[in-house]
Design a protein around this ligand. Structure first.
Ligand code: B12
Length: 271
């Protein structure tokens, strides 16, 4: 059976009441978001749209009101204090090793939705769960496949926790790792935590050649560079990268394994 395709753009029109309508594709473009994001807003009832001839259409007036509301600075949500991180970390670990992605997602998103900060979820939930998986792998209690499945679930979780918050960014940051580093998750967590703290972040992932990392940082011209390093033998390359970047001008923070993201956030603000 074929998957239903996203509706193709249709021309703008007038509705019965005389308001100008545009397709949801165009509305997404005006809002600067992906079609799927706008579609989710329609499905959740946040953005009004009518399905005409199989294509979602939005009234420009509704779109503008929605956009104004979206841009209005909202007071920070009340922060929830979690007292029992270990219990939650054990639950996440269990879900990760069982490959129960839905349970892992519900747990993490439930906490974030109730006011827990993303940075705390990384430092106190995902980090400890993955470290325990590393210990079990080292002890021969888990296979490489168990670890890869858990890592992949965490990557997707992090993707969902890494929105670009609206409002004026604190600055532009690049998060990268030395070329020999293969641990991508810690840099992903650093990205999520910095975005939550209103940085605009370019995350360069892992396995990027040294010269290309430096070249990209030169092109982006960031206010801050974070070098995330996990594998001990990669530390020397991380320091060489930091030295090369410092010569370009921006401050550089090097960190990783065992260092908290809460510390990164404090250092980034002071850099
Ligand atoms: C998943 C995993 C992998 C996956 C990574 C997949 C992915 N998508 O990331 C893969 C399969 C690629 C992998 C490969 C290897 N791995 Co591995 N891996 C792990 C494991 C299980 C989890 C890693 C992780 O995400 N940890 C959780 C994070 C959250 O912990 P953390 O590093 O403390 O993270 C915090 C900081 O990094 C901080 N942070 C991030 N950036 C910054 C920046 C600043 C400035 C600051 C302040 C903080 C900060 O944020 C995090 C949140 O709290 C760990 C176990 C462990 N103990 O970590 C082993 C582990 C890291 N791996 C290990 C090893 C040995 C390897 C391999 C050499 C295995 C091999 N023989 O091939 C290779 C290394 C390849 C390479 N060249 O890098 C060892 C490392 C030992 C060492 N001393 O270096 C560990 C500890 C496992 C073990 N117990 O032996 N691995």
């Amino acid at each position: 059976m074929r998957e239903p395709a996203a509706p193709a753009p249709a021309p703008a029109g007038e509705d019965g009441a005389g308001g100008t309508r545009i397709t949801l594709h165009d509305a997404a473009g005006r809002l600067g978001v992906h079609y799927q994001t706008a579609y989710r807003w329609v499905r959740s009832g946040a953005l009004r749209a009518a399905k005409i001839g199989g294509v979602y259409q939005v009234e420009v007036g509704d779109l503008e009101a929605f956009d104004r509301e979206r841009r209005r600075p909202s007071p920070p949500p009340p922060e929830r204090v979690v007292r029992d991180w270990e219990r939650f970390a054990a639950q996440l670990h269990q879900a990760l090793i069982a490959g129960e992605e839905g349970a892992a997602r519900d747990l993490v998103e439930g906490l974030v939705g109730s006011g827990v900060r993303v940075v705390d979820c990384c430092d106190r939930l995902i980090g400890p769960a993955m470290r325990k998986i590393g210990d079990q792998w080292e002890a021969g209690q888990l296979t490489v496949a168990d670890e890869r499945r858990a890592s992949a679930i965490c990557e997707r979780l992090l993707g969902r926790l890494t929105p670009a918050p609206p409002g004026r960014p604190r600055g532009v940051a690049v998060v990268c790792s030395p070329p020999v580093e293969e641990h991508q998750l810690p840099g992903g967590m650093a990205t999520a935590a910095l975005r939550e703290d209103h940085w605009r972040v370019h995350h360069l992932g892992v396995n990027v050649p040294f010269e290309e990392l430096v070249g990209m940082i030169r092109r982006v011209g960031p206010d801050l560079v974070v070098v995330s390093v996990t594998w001990l033998p990669a530390s020397e390359q991380a320091e060489a990268l930091a030295a090369a970047v410092r010569r370009l001008g921006p401050p550089v923070l090097v960190g990783g394994s065992g260092r908290a993201l809460a510390e990164l956030i404090t250092q980034a603000r002071a850099a």
